[in-house]
Each structure stands twice: as structure tokens, then as C-alpha cells.
Write a protein that binds this ligand. Structure first.
Ligand code: BGP
Length: 482
């Protein structure tokens, strides 16, 4: 059985939902300079906002103006919590002002008050792929030690200002995506710098991640000092990396790959830099990393209260002849899993992998677990009567909820909550599309930007409403339609 106080909800992120990119004194963020892509076309990062380009996050789904209507819909589904992020650029438009922007703070005050009105607990990420563009331009983001101080300032403002309103926090969204350091996409989203501009790209990624982990630890410590009620988690993109076969070489290849992708979690939760990753840096001849005695103290004192993670898919890796050092390059070393199906965007659908993830993480950290993202991007069809029969979405979520319940009931995992991605349709982070949909609530807007932004309930809305009402016991029925 899931806990009585299980946090059922849904997740979104500021840049993918809010729009209002120039309202309320907001500054330009990294997401504001990312163009639209699609399943075959990568998003581009332009040098500032350029005329004639299509930037889907500028308007997104206009939650900035629709939030009351949207929160009412989530309340109707029975949400216990709502995961969103604060856009750093609404609070510190350029990332380095001395004083915060009062209008930005007010927007989130109003939003969190609206949630509270319905008894919905806000679950808030401080940094979800939306660092100030100026933070990149002027400081080179987390490639610069100065970033720690700037992030601390922002985090302190949030913890102090929203004290009492927000108690469940996360620092950096999917901090470990930058394991894929071969392009600027993840380094810009996760760390606010272009890894391609560095002399040694891999070393630069690790150094930025270290500064970020120190900034996170300082924020965790600060959150506890400001309000002992605060619970702060990390947020890992968890894609288990399976060995392709029982060939011992494949097993070791997968072990090494898991270390590269999850050392971030070890630092967050255990408070020290694991030996295996230090040994790897040495082996790669990176030389001294910039990490001080004080940083190490901060890491040990700022360990997280729970493990937040996203789960969409699993990966598989296979040893290649000659790779005796088990060097893992994510963009070259993954192979397809013949046992699982894939979404239209090629993401492996593997519910059992969620049970594996919960076991792996819980065994390692013995901290409460929180699944803060899980879902399937799909093309939805609006029928003539306006309904959306998204049985594939229900099917995906049902299988994953079963797997998560097995981890709790049969494996003893302590699970706090589940916030599928996404509560409402939003702009996709990887492709910038609207038509890669995840929501229980449909938003009438397509990839071309056409549509009146009206909201409507998909069939999954009624299904999820019943799941929440029965605390996950009934995964078959749908609540009565209105
Ligand atoms: C995670 C991000 C989200 C979200 C989700 C789905 O990586 O934390 O921001 O977007 O994945 O990915 P996408 O939107 O690319 O389909």
C-alpha cells in the first residue's frame, strides 16, 4: 500500500509552460534563445533573441495568464501536489542583480497561494533548464566559480521569501544529463555554458558539475537553516544502463557507464566525491580540479533529504573491442534493447526499469524516493466531439504505477510521491514541440503556434482522477465524465 500522505500530482517547468517571457520584468533565459526543433531536427541555441526565429518558450502555453484556470483543473483531478520550477530570470533577470525583482516574486506568491487554496502542496525546482542568458554571456555559467555565489543569492531569496509557502524543494533539474557532453544542449540547459568552447570538453563538464554540486549543497544547508521544515532533494535523470549481455565485459561496461551518469547522486546524497570518479579524472589526465577544502566541507554538510528523479526510459550499453579502460561516451556507446518497444520519439518503454530504478537508488541511499517525472510523449488526436482518447498514455502510466507499487509493496522502498510529466500539455524540452504531448489536460496549440490555447480534459484526466481518489488501488476505472 502506498502511504496515506502519498503525494500524487503532476509536474511541469516554468520555461515550458509559463510564456510571458518579457512580462513582469523577466530577463532572457537560456530557454528563450532555443529555437523550435522536431523529432528529426535539433533545437539551435542562438546568440541572443534573433529576429525571424521561432522560440516556442516565449509564449509556451501562457500559464502566466492561465494559472488560475490550470490549477483549478489540477485540483479537480485531486492533485495533492504540483511540481513546477521558479524561473531564475523572474527573480534575478540577469542573474547578478543585488536585489530581486518584486514582480517576479509576486507572480510565484500568487501561484503558490492559488495552490494552497485547493490544498495542493507546491514542489519547487530552483533551476530547471532556464538559467539567465546573461549568466552565460557574462560569466560562462557554472564554468565559473562565481556561479556558486550567484546561485546562493537566488536560492536564499527563494527560501526566505517563500518560507511557509513552499517546503519541498529541488535544486538542479536532471543535473546528470550533462554526462552527454558532446554538444552544448545539455551543458547550456544544466550548467549555463557552452562546453564546445572549452579546451577539454569532458573536463569542463566535470568542473562545472562540481561547482554546481557545491552550489546545491550550500543551498540545501541554507534551506535547513532558514526553515527546518524544508525538505530539499536532488533531481537525477534516471535511465538505468543495462549491460547488453552476461559477457563480463558488458557488465563492467555498464557498471562504468552507471558511475559516469550517477556520481552526481553520490555527491548529493553521500556528501563526498566518490573514489571511482576521482580515479577516472586522474586516469584521463585532467590534472587538478578546482575544489577547495571549504567546498568539501559544504558537500558533506549539504546532503539532500530525498532522492527526486525522473524516469522515462532505460538504456543498454555494449562493450567494444579495445575499450579496456571502459571509457563511456553516451552518444556512441548505447545500443537498442530488443526486448522493449519505443515511442514515436524513440524512447524505450520499460516499466520494469522503474522498479529497478527504485531498488537501485533506495539500496544505495536509503532516503525517501520521489518520482518527480514519468510519462510518454505522444501525438494526440482531438475527435469531432472534442474528446481525446489517449488510451496509450493511460496504458503507459498504468504499467509504471504497477511497477512503482511493486517496488513499495514487494521490495520495501520508501516512496513519497509520484508526479507524472506533464500535468498539462507543455513545450517539449528536447525538441521544442507542442505536438509531443504529455498532459492530462490538452492545450489547443500546435507546433506551428496555431490554436486558441483553450484547455480541455483528455480521457486520461478522468482515469488519473480515479487513481488519485483510490490512492493507486484502482488503475482500471475512469471517474465519471462531466
Ligand atoms: C525531462 C525534463 C523535462 C521534460 C521531460 C520530457 O528531461 O526534465 O523538462 O521536458 O524530460 O522530455 P521532452 O520534453 O524532451 O520530451
Amino acid at each position: 500500500m502506498l502511504r496515506e500522505d502519498f503525494l500524487w500530482g503532476g509536474a511541469v517547468a516554468a520555461h515550458q509552460i509559463e510564456g510571458g517571457w518579457q512580462e513582469g520584468g523577466k530577463g532572457i533565459s537560456i530557454a528563450d534563445v532555443m529555437t523550435a526543433g522536431d523529432v528529426n531536427t535539433a533545437r539551435r541555441i542562438t546568440d541572443g533573441v534573433m529576429p525571424g526565429e521561432n522560440y516556442p518558450n516565449h509564449e509556451a502555453t501562457d500559464f502566466y495568464h492561465h494559472y488560475k484556470e490550470d490549477i483549478a483543473l489540477l485540483a479537480e483531478m485531486g492533485f495533492k501536489c504540483f511540481r513546477t520550477s521558479i524561473a531564475w530570470t523572474r527573480i534575478y533577470p540577469n542573474g547578478d542583480e543585488e536585489e530581486p525583482n518584486a514582480e517576479g516574486l509576486k507572480f510565484y506568491d500568487d501561484l503558490f497561494d492559488e495552490c494552497k487554496k485547493y490544498g495542493i502542496e507546491p514542489v519547487v525546482t530552483l533551476s530547471h533548464f532556464e538559467m539567465p542568458y546573461n549568466f552565460y554571456k557574462k560569466y560562462n555559467g557554472f564554468a565559473n566559480r562565481k556561479s556558486i555565489e550567484l546561485f546562493e543569492r537566488y536560492a536564499r531569496t527563494c527560501f526566505e521569501h517563500f518560507k511557509g509557502k513552499v517546503k519541498i524543494w529541488m535544486t538542479f533539474n536532471e543535473i546528470n544529463n550533462q554526462t552527454d557532453w558532446h554538444s552544448d544542449h545539455h551543458s547550456m540547459q544544466d550548467s549555463g555554458f557552452k562546453v564546445s568552447e572549452s579546451e577539454n570538453m569532458e573536463k569542463a563538464m566535470y568542473q562545472a558539475a562540481l561547482y554546481e554540486l557545491v552550489a546545491s549543497a550550500r543551498a540545501v544547508k541554507m534551506a535547513h537553516e532558514i526553515d527546518p521544515e524544508n525538505k530539499v532533494g536532488c533531481m537525477l535523470a534516471f535511465c538505468p544502463i543495462y549491460p547488453y549481455s552476461c559477457n563480463p565485459r558488458d557488465i563492467m561496461e555498464a557498471t562504468s557507464a552507471m558511475q559516469k551518469r550517477y556520481w552526481f547522486g553520490d555527491v548529493h546524497a553521500r556528501g563526498f566525491i566518490p573514489e571511482y570518479i576521482q580515479a577516472y579524472w586522474k586516469r584521463m589526465g585532467f590534472g587538478e580540479m578546482d575544489i577547495t577544502e571549504q567546498d568539501l566541507i559544504d558537500l558533506s554538510q549539504g546532503t539532500v533529504d530525498y532522492i527526486g528523479f525522473s524516469y522515462y526510459m532505460s538504456f543498454v550499453t555494449k562493450w567494444k573491442e579495445g575499450n579496456d579502460g571502459y571509457i563511456y561516451k553516451e552518444w556512441e556507446d548505447l545500443v537498442s534493447n530488443p526486448f522493449v518497444e519505443k515511442t514515436a520519439w524513440g524512447w524505450a518503454v520499460d516499466p520494469e526499469g522503474l522498479r529497478y530504478a527504485l531498488n537501485w537508488l533506495y539500496d544505495r541511499y536509503h532516503l525517501p524516493m520521489f518520482i518527480v517525472e514519468n510519462g510518454m510523449g505522444a501525438y494526440d488526436k482531438v475527435e469531432e466531439d472534442g474528446s481525446i482518447k489517449d488510451t496509450y498514455r493511460v496504458d503507459y502510466l498504468k504499467k509504471h504505477i504497477k511497477a512503482m507499487k511493486a517496488a513499495v509493496d514487494e521490495d520495501g522502498v520508501d516512496l513519497m510521491g509520484y508526479t507524472p510529466w506533464a500535468a498539462i500539455d507543455i513545450v517539449s524540452a528536447s525538441t521544442g514541440e507542442m505536438d509531443k504531448r504529455y498532459g492530462f489536460v490538452h492545450v489547443n496549440k500546435n507546433n506551428a503556434g496555431e490554436g486558441d490555447m483553450s484547455r480541455s480534459k483528455k480521457d486520461s484526466f478522468y482515469w488519473y482522477k480515479n487513481v488519485i481518489a483510490t490512492n493507486g488501488e484502482d488503475l482500471e476505472s475512469y471517474a465519471p465524465k462531466d
